[in-house]
Design a protein around this ligand. Structure first.
Ligand SMILES: O=C(O)CCC(=O)c1ccccc1C(=O)O
Ligand SMILES: [Mg+2]
Length: 358
């Protein structure tokens, strides 16, 4: 930015319905209400703008009201510079995500580099692998959604589970495996829905049906429980991923307990793409697999998450194919999905345009 003190921050609310409510063990997500953020660099010739998005999700981030209050503070404080604006939202993860992303978008544009190369200082990356997100519906719905996804080119499906009996979930998994054949990677996300015995039963079935990964089978607090599942012979070949558990315990405690093979990184819940990037570099060093996902965000945050994934060397399939879950969006999606991959935008910055227009 030409002069850090000539920045202007605006934000406006949005509300987007999901095309179909997403059922999870943790509740149903049927709309996403958040704030689009625009930071303008008044000091530069052409007054470039950077975009950010704060889309709070109860249970994962601050409340909508706290997010809005934080953005109001950032709009005041940015007069004193970008550091003051970040400081004003430091405790509100979704608001911090928005302010950080808008600033990084501006800086990467100024450096004439796509955002993922600016944050990762790594090579050019054309695409990142993604998973299809399949809601916790009936067996018939689950099989239909999974086969649809495979027909559209996905080679990894993540099934939500944990809302019904573990026997019913095992039946869902069995039927999906039968329908998609042996070559599709299957993952299961129980969103904390199981007891240890239920999870161990599911784990045994997961091994039988070649499920590669169980995400957050137990409540977030259960660090030892997840470590025990990892060590349980019944789950040979099935990785354990923590998502909610990362927000509760942090990386150090998870490593000390040896509680995870993989960690789910949600930039919206971690306080931004920059924070998630730091965590990803750190856990990769510790031989833990980082997986980037959205919280079913609008186009700005989703594209930020795609850039984050593109900055991670050899990233495994990420939960970034969530645009289709929304009935509408803030603007045109710069990320194409093709054969189970997200095509990474190569324009400078984030690469999102036209979202502020009425
Ligand atoms: O990972 C994906 O496929 C999509 C993202 C997703 O599942 C999700 C979306 C909103 C809130 C929580 C979660 C989750 O991973 O538990
Ligand atoms: Mg999850």
């Amino acid at each position: 930015m030409s002069d850090d003190r000539e920045l202007d921050l605006e934000y406006r609310p949005f509300s987007l319905d999901l095309a179909d409510p997403l059922e999870t063990a943790d509740g149903t997500i049927d709309s996403r209400n958040g704030f689009l953020v625009r930071i303008t660099d008044r000091g530069a010739d052409d007054s470039p703008v950077g975009y950010g998005e704060a889309t709070p999700l109860p249970g994962w981030t601050e409340s909508h009201a706290d997010c809005e209050a934080a953005l109001a503070r950032a709009a005041e404080e940015i007069e004193a510079g970008s550091a003051a604006a970040i400081e004003a939202v430091d405790e509100q993860v979704a608001a911090r995500h928005a302010v950080g992303l808008a600033l990084t978008d501006l800086t990467a544009q100024r450096e004439s580099t796509p955002l993922y190369r600016y944050i990762g200082q790594g090579p050019m990356v054309g695409r990142v692998p993604v998973n299809a997100t399949i809601g916790d519906g009936s067996t018939v719905e689950t099989v239909r959604e999974a086969t649809d996804a495979v027909d559209r080119g996905f080679s990894c499906c993540k099934l939500k589970a944990g809302r019904r009996s573990v026997e019913e979930d095992i039946e869902r998994i069995r039927r999906v495996r039968e329908a998609v054949g042996p070559d599709v990677e299957l993952r299961v996300d129980a969103n904390e829905g199981w007891t240890y015995e239920e999870a161990a039963t599911a784990l045994e079935a997961a091994a039988e049906f070649d499920v590669s990964l169980l995400e957050q089978p137990l409540p977030a607090g259960a660090l030892e429980g997840h470590a025990d599942l990892r060590a349980d012979d019944r789950g040979e070949g099935v990785d354990i991923a923590l998502d909610e558990g990362l927000l509760e315990h942090g990386v150090d405690a998870i490593c000390d307990a040896e509680a995870a093979d993989a960690l789910v990184l949600k930039p919206m819940a971690l306080g931004g793409v920059d924070v998630a990037r730091t965590v990803s570099a750190w856990v990769s060093e510790l031989d833990i697999d980082p997986i980037v996902t959205t919280t079913i965000d609008a186009v700005v945050a989703r594209t930020g998450a795609v850039h984050l994934a593109a900055s991670i060397p050899d990233v495994s399939a990420c939960g970034l194919a969530t645009a289709d879950l929304l009935a509408n969006d803030l603007g045109k999606d710069p990320v194409l999905l093709e054969k189970g991959s997200a095509v990474v935008p190569q324009a400078k910055g984030l690469g999102v345009e036209g979202v502020w227009e009425e």
